[in-house]
Design a protein around this ligand. Structure first.
Ligand code: SF4
Length: 56
């Protein structure tokens, strides 16, 4: 299990600093979560202004 970022992401970067394990980085089109690093804490979900982050 890992959280995922959808196309609704506007690449604002608000989630990146909230992740305790550094699993979020800029991807090709928008921010992406490294599924291998994500511990499913949900901290990034609350930080997202567009609701683009959800549990997979
Ligand atoms: Fe990072 Fe937690 Fe979001 Fe996973 S759910 S990307 S560990 S902040």
């Amino acid at each position: 299990m890992a959280h995922v970022i959808s196309d609704e992401c506007v690449s604002c970067g608000a989630c990146e600093s909230e992740c305790p394990v550094g699993a979020i980085a800029m991807g090709d089109d928008h921010m992406q979560i490294n599924a291998d690093a994500c511990v499913d804490c949900g901290a990034c979900e609350a930080a997202c202004p567009t609701g683009a982050i959800s549990a997979e």
